[in-house]
Design a protein around this ligand. Structure first.
Ligand code: PMP
Length: 376
């Protein structure tokens, strides 16, 4: 079945991008690689707000966003370093697990689901833990919270640590002003707001992170940031890339920058977020899960009223699926945990990448009556 995707990635892919999948493959160590990957590296930097003479380096890492995140924890913390992982949800927890399962000394600062990171408690944790690397989530896909990462990065730097940011579910859908945010590594992936199939992790790396990685032993092989950057300097990837995805990425970046335009793309995401918020507020009892001011432009998380239960959300999902639409109930065990602590469960609507307002309106027009009926 050809379902319309309103999950939080993968997401709708434009026909032009699908068709670019039939462009010819190329030799990734040949001069042709420079021709095809050269503009990709440049355009990714432009989409991150980097000027041409920026001292950030860009790496394209085979695998998905998690590979870029694992490369981060393996490459930016050595045996004497302490990592502080800051989590507002499932993907903050993922960053934490990557640090722990790679044997890093890791402390965590954890917030309740639905909360945004706050700077006062971050400052206390920084004072207490004295980390050398702090892991932050820009856009928490499991709760629809977009954190104020620029302020957090500034605080982390004031405490002398490096700041790593997971930007997997927002890059391409909001202005990511790296010169202003100043993260030491900003990690993202292709299958969310960039509007492509999954397959590459992408990392923007500061000079301080480049220098740190040089000193860290046992970074692994495919998680060695220094090795990735060495290849990136030659417009290549460390291991054999998916050349089909590279061709798609090339035409998509050209579209984003030169046809749709970054500003229009970012505005469209905000309009979709606001439209979903308006829709939710028009339904009695349903509430936006993320606090005002921290609502993600790419995913909206909705807390449902009584008497609805997590099990009802699964039924609603199936009803919508039968109508040709796919959306996400609460991530993983989140709804079970919410119900265990006496809170109402949540569902999520992804509105990212090349999803149009028209597509969104059609989806909401179907979802509204289904939610009302289920609520009774
Ligand atoms: N971080 C965030 C915020 C995400 O949304 C996701 C994917 N849902 C990941 C990390 C993991 O990325 P991937 O599935 O590309 O490995």
């Amino acid at each position: 079945t050809d379902l319309k995707l309103f999950i939080t990635g993968p997401t709708y892919i434009r026909p032009e991008v699908r068709n670019a999948g039939s462009l010819p493959e190329f030799g990734h160590r040949d001069s042709e690689a420079v021709k095809r990957f050269g503009p990709i590296f440049e355009n990714l930097a432009a989409l991150a707000g980097l000027p041409e003479d920026s001292d950030y380096q860009v790496a394209i890492i085979n695998g998905s966003g998690t590979c870029a995140m694992e490369t981060t924890v393996r490459s930016l913390a050595g045996p004497d370093d302490i990592i502080l992982s800051v989590s507002v949800g499932a993907f903050g927890d993922l960053f934490h697990k990557l640090a722990v399962t790679n044997g890093k000394n890791t402390e965590t600062l954890h917030y309740e689901p639905g909360q945004a990171m706050d700077l006062a408690s971050l400052e206390r944790a920084l004072d207490e833990v004295s980390p050398s690397l702090v892991l932050l989530t820009h856009n928490e896909t499991s709760t629809g919270v977009a954190n104020d990462v620029a302020a957090a990065v500034a605080l982390v730097h004031a405490h002398g640590a490096l700041a790593a940011v997971d930007g997997v579910s927002i890059f391409g859908g909001a202005p990511i002003d790296l010169p202003q945010m100043q993260p030491d590594i900003y990690a993202t992936a292709t299958q969310k707001s960039l509007g492509l199939p999954a397959g590459f992790g992408i990392a923007f790396v500061s000079p301080r992170a480049v220098a740190k990685a040089e000193t860290v032993p046992h970074k692994g092989w495919i998680t060695d940031l220094s090795a990735h950057l060495g290849r990136a300097a030659k417009k290549q990837t460390l291991t054999t890339p998916n050349t089909t995805l590279a061709n798609q990425l090339a035409i998509q970046l050209d579209y984003i920058l030169n046809e749709e335009g970054m500003e229009n793309r970012f505005r469209r995401h905000i309009e979709m977020r606001d439209r979903v918020a308006e829709f939710i507020e028009s339904l009695d009892g349903f509430e936006l899960f993320a606090p005002e001011g921290y609502r993600s432009p790419t995913v909206t998380c909705v807390q449902v009223p009584q008497p609805l239960k997590a099990a009802d959300l699964k039924n609603i999902k199936e009803t919508m699926r039968a109508r040709g639409y796919l959306f996400d109930p609460g991530y993983g065990k989140l709804n079970t945990a919410m119900e265990d602590s006496g809170r109402q469960p949540v569902f999520r609507i992804g509105h990212m990448g090349d999803t149009t307002m028209l597509m969104l309106e059609e989806f909401l027009a179907q979802l509204g009556p289904v939610l009302k009926e289920a609520r009774g």
